[in-house]
Design a protein around this ligand. Structure first.
Ligand code: ATP
Ligand code: MG
Length: 418
């Protein structure tokens, strides 16, 4: 038997309403904030990700699904959504458009990770990117959207942590201080972190290994190396968050796994998720558009993981069912007449169904129950001859006789005009 690949998941029909609810909620909030949906390809040239995410990041070093195309060029399944969105922004010269360029997206991402609860190899993100705005209000807008939509999903135990990563020059000033410190505690660090001292020292601060965390307790603080401009930007972001009532904690250790962030960086965690507790993350990435060959366009964005949100949605979340009609047509002529009626109901926009395998009234009623139909139309050969069908309310069991030609308008009134 052929099975699905390790770390990928099928979304069965029972789960899809919950997913649709999450995606619809996210999209609705984003649209209300003026973000418009963009759909970019799920594969791109490998260089795009290497150049944007950074060659010394976990993603590029060991998590990408990279393969050779038939002409030998190297392609990669997207591990995140920002790089492709920035590429599209540049390629379509969106910087020339005077309107705000605020995009949202949803779709699958691919990373070769060790599969576990909330960590998959194909997973899904919803994200937003806001281009062209260096004003701290753009950071606040994105943070506010993130917080409001997660709150609207009634996710329990959320915490928003933010940090100031400063400008590239600030980090360049800080790096030697950090590296000098890390060398003094090198023997206490994990193998990965020992390597990172040279390649990506800031990431050591983000390591989840307890010994590394303890060893870096006394590390010099990035905050002390930041320029006045970087500090001012951050102060305006935190003041703005306070002014609109968004709760947050400043976490001086927070750095992101992708190289392109600057100034504001943030992460939302959930206390109900166990080890994989990050729900979403993002930040400002002012240098990325230029780095990928575009103009110097500032940008800020976030992405949330839909699998983790789905895990957190309270189990009691009830999907509102669509009121529908079941056509129980039994008998030779009634089966044909019922099929025509089914089509008329559907053309009128009335959700309607029938199980073509059922032939007896009893079998039809059983299926109507299983499909949670609100009404069943009982239609036998006698009813067809009389031109009248019986309409049964499936919860109250009340029945009424209705002329067949009136059925469509009856259900249009009852199910659609509510
Ligand atoms: P983590 O620290 O959990 O590895 P990350 O920093 O790699 O997260 P980002 O690249 O910032 O995550 O992606 C944003 C969100 O996407 C994460 O907060 C998480 O909810 C989700 N996500 C990331 N990787 C995975 C994965 N392999 N499986 C499921 N969801 C994921
Ligand atoms: Mg990761």
């Amino acid at each position: 038997m052929i099975k699905a690949i390790k770390g990928v998941k099928d979304l069965l029909p029972e789960e899809s309403p919950r997913w649709r609810f999450i995606e619809d909620t996210a999209r609705r909030w984003a649209l209300a904030y003026g973000f418009q949906e963009i759909r970019v390809p799920i594969f791109e040239t490998t260089t795009l990700f290497a150049r944007s995410i950074g060659t010394t990041t976990d993603i590029v070093e060991k998590e990408m699904y990279t393969f050779a195309d038939r002409d030998g060029s190297s392609l990669t399944l997207r591990p995140e959504g920002t790089a492709g969105t920035v590429r599209a922004f540049i390629e379509h010269n969106r910087a020339a458009d005077p309107r705000p360029q605020k995009y949202c997206y949803a779709g699958p991402m691919f990373r070769h990770e060790r599969p576990q609860a909330g960590r998959l190899r194909q997973f899904h993100q919803f994200g937003v990117e806001s281009f062209g705005l260096s004003d701290p209000r753009a950071d606040i807008e994105v943070l506010s959207l993130l917080w409001r939509l997660l709150s609207d999903l009634t996710l329990p135990g959320l915490t928003l942590e933010i940090n100031n990563l400063g400008y590239a020059e600030d980090r360049a000033r800080y790096k030697p201080l950090l590296v000098a410190f890390l060398k003094t505690v090198e023997s206490r660090l994990c193998g990965n972190c020992r390597r990172r001292i040279e390649t990506n020292p800031l990431r050591v601060l983000d390591c989840k290994v307890p010994d590394c965390r303890a060893a870096t307790e006394g590390a010099p603080c990035l905050g002390d190396s930041l320029s006045p401009a970087a500090q001012q930007h951050f102060e305006r972001v935190t003041a703005g968050l306070q002014s609109i009532g968004i709760p947050f904690h400043v976490n001086p250790r927070l750095v992101r796994g992708l190289d392109y962030y600057c100034l504001t960086a943030f992460e939302v965690t959930c206390s109900h998720l166990g080890a994989q507790n990050a729900v979403g993350a993002g930040g400002r990435y002012d240098g990325l558009v230029e780095q990928l060959g575009g103009a110097a366009v500032p940008a800020v964005g976030f992405a949330v993981g839909l699998e983790r949100i789905a895990l957190m949605l309270p189990e009691t979340f009830i999907v509102p069912s669509i009121p529908r009609v079941y056509v129980a047509a039994f008998g030779t002529q009634a089966a044909d007449a019922g099929f025509v009626l089914l089509d008329e109901l559907r053309r009128a926009g009335v959700p309607a169904d029938m199980d073509f395998r059922s032939t007896s009234l009893k079998a039809h009623l059983r299926q109507a129950d299983r499909l949670e139909a609100l009404y069943t139309i009982l239609l036998g050969d006698d009813e067809v001859a009389k031109g009248t069908a019986t309409v049964r309310h499936m919860q109250t069991k009340a029945q009424e006789d209705v002329p067949i030609r009136d059925l469509v308008s009856l259900f249009r009134d009852r199910l659609l005009k509510r």
